[in-house]
Ligand binder design. Structure first.
Ligand code: UGA
Length: 432
């Protein structure tokens, strides 16, 4: 099929590359000319395992092109995916102005039938607004359909998630739109659920909110474990074996970050309120998550007594492993707070230091070339992101390098007993 993907962000790029790899002709458009010329030079603007090779291969096979020209993207495609950003406004409401602007431009350039598919995460009823916008601005007689096809990929495993999804959601209003999208996704062999557009939009918000609820729930349980001498890992395993609950997303830690969960929860709370429902449960999920980040700072305070003047070696900055994404990363809040308390921060992350350096919260942080450099002379090492390389550290070397062997682990990557046997003062989440 001839496909245009508007927006070369995380979701847009991965969607474009994967659809090209399935044999479609894809043209990917973005207004950021710097990003597009980078892509046209073969450079990938984000770190995502496998994406580099996938884009290179499909550029070579001439199945994917990048352009800033929206008109040519619209004119040369039948299916158009909108994957532009829906960032939060100060109020938490999703800012849909980019979506509207793109829909208006698409309408102006459409000369024949197009299926316009909303891929960005959007509040319920956005599809209806896209349809109204297309109706208002399209030439007379031009036919189109609107669909919602939310994406469930995770950063760090985006390509596998796209190619082997648990389910594909298609929210449509016409048989034609259903047939096109069903055909497009047929090669993936996954179950396709066809719904109306509003349901598809809510499926995405509700799924992310439910996963975030699981995380806040287990973090709340971790707090009870700490107070009672129970072990949250054992509790999560015991709960997770119940098939109705499941073990995934029950890893206690410093809470969820990234550009999806925090933003989508805010947007879901907001749209619920707009529709006349007070989503108290999600408000609590958000509050628990915010408190969990600061819990780590409280733990540091507890072991170091005063933070002022102490050196803290922070291992991991990205909001999770296998990404360089720093958006809504817990490390920002934690480091900002530690700096306010007067700590000297040394830090290391395998992928995200370039991005972190540009953020004001990281001003004054000493970035180190490896984890050993980050903990050198430190009064405390702080595990913030559970990169595999931190699980394989030479802990004897770490102990020698540190000013005192204190580790506060926000991701529970080590066994408490082993750490104690090695002579560390080891403090983690929800485990004695
Ligand atoms: C999330 C969803 O998992 C995807 O399905 C969805 O497509 C995506 O948002 C999106 O809306 O675009 P992502 O934000 O990439 O994906 O990352 P996750 O792997 O879901 O992790 C989110 C956060 O939760 C991370 O900060 C992670 O550290 C935290 N987390 C996750 C926990 O604290 N505990 C867990 O058990 C699992």
């Amino acid at each position: 099929m001839k496909i245009a993907v508007i927006g070369a962000g995380y979701v847009g790029l991965v969607t474009a590359a994967c659809l090209a790899d399935l044999g479609n002709d894809v043209i990917c458009n973005d207004i950021d000319s710097g990003k597009i010329s980078k892509l046209n030079r073969g450079a990938i603007p984000i770190y995502e395992p496998g994406l580099d090779d996938l884009i290179k291969r499909n550029r070579r096979e001439k199945r994917i092109k990048f352009t800033t020209n929206l008109r040519s993207a619209v004119e040369s495609s039948e299916v158009i995916f909108i994957a532009v950003g829906t960032p939060p406004k100060d109020s938490g409401e999703a800012d849909l102005t980019h979506i509207e602007a793109v829909a208006r431009d698409i309408a102006r350039y459409m000369k024949s039938y197009h299926l316009v598919v909303e891929k960005s995460t959007t509040p319920v009823e956005t599809g209806i607004w896209i349809k109204k916008t297309l109706e208002s601005y399209a030439r007379k007689g031009v036919k189109f359909d609107v669909a919602s096809n939310p994406e469930f990929l995770r950063e760090g495993s985006a390509i596998g998630d796209f190619m082997r999804p648990d389910r594909i959601i298609i929210g449509v209003e016409s048989k034609k739109a259903e047939a096109i999208l069903t055909e497009l996704y047929r090669p993936l062999g996954s179950e396709i659920i066809v719904t109306n557009i509003n349901s598809a939009e809510i499926i995405k918000h509700a799924s992310n909110s439910f996963l975030a609820t699981k995380i806040s729930f287990i973090n709340a349980v971790a707090n009870i474990c700490e107070r009672s001498g129970a072990d949250v890992e054992e509790v999560a395993r015991g709960m997770g074996l119940d098939k109705r609950i499941g073990r995934s997303f029950l890893d206690a830690g410093i809470g969820f970050g990234g550009f999806c969960f925090p933003k989508d929860i805010e947007a879901f709370i907001h749209i619920s309120e707009k529709l006349g429902y007070n989503f108290e449960l999600l408000k609590s999920v958000k509050r628990i998550n915010e408190a969990q980040r600061l819990l780590l700072v409280k733990k540091v305070e507890k072991v170091l007594w005063n933070i002022k003047g102490k050196t803290i070696g922070v291992l991991g900055l990205a909001f999770k492993p296998n990404t360089d994404d720093m958006r809504f990363a817990p490390s920002s809040t934690i480091i900002e707070k530690l700096k306010q308390e007067g700590a000297h921060i040394r830090a290391y992350d395998p992928q995200s230091m370039g991005r972190a350096r540009q953020l004001p919260e990281f001003k004054g942080v000493r970035f180190c070339k490896d984890p050993y450099g980050a903990v050198k002379g430190a009064d405390c090492a702080l595990i913030v992101t559970e990169w595999n390389e931190f699980k394989e550290l030479d802990l004897k070397k770490i102990k020698k390098l540190m000013c005192q062997p204190v580790i506060v682990d926000g991701r529970n990557i080590y066994e408490p007993k082993m750490m104690k046997d090695l002579g560390f003062k080891y403090n983690c989440i929800g485990r004695a």
